[in-house]
Write a protein that binds this ligand. Structure first.
Ligand SMILES: [Zn+2]
Length: 106
């Protein structure tokens, strides 16, 4: 992912609409690119700042904490997603071996 595609995804990521595959690349780019991470933080604060203005219930909202939580959650989700992919891959491999075994012994 480059800075331009990162920039395009910031909005949907903040609103939690990002695809998991994109989220993985998004986080990777954010870890690697200082200026994009700053852009993301600025946009995140702007988004929640505006939301708070319109909703008094969000008055004591800790934006920094929300941002940390969201990034941690996303990392956990990506990890989960990768584990599921590995398990599915292993199951398919096992199924292929069984089918092969049956064919060879027929
Ligand atoms: Zn960048």
């Amino acid at each position: 992912m480059n800075c331009k595609s990162f920039d395009r995804l910031i909005g949907s990521f903040i609103e939690n609409k990002g695809e998991i595959r994109e989220a993985a690349e998004f986080i990777r780019h954010m870890d690697a690119c200082e200026s994009c991470r700053k852009d993301f933080e600025t946009d995140f604060y702007a988004f929640w700042g505006l939301k708070m203005l319109g909703d008094p219930d969000l008055d004591s909202y800790d934006i920094q904490e929300e941002m940390d939580r969201m990034i941690t959650d996303t990392r956990a989700r990506i990890k989960n997603d990768q584990s599921i992919r590995i398990i599915i891959g292993l199951l398919i491999a096992a199924a292929c071996i069984i089918v092969l075994f049956i064919i060879l012994n027929h």
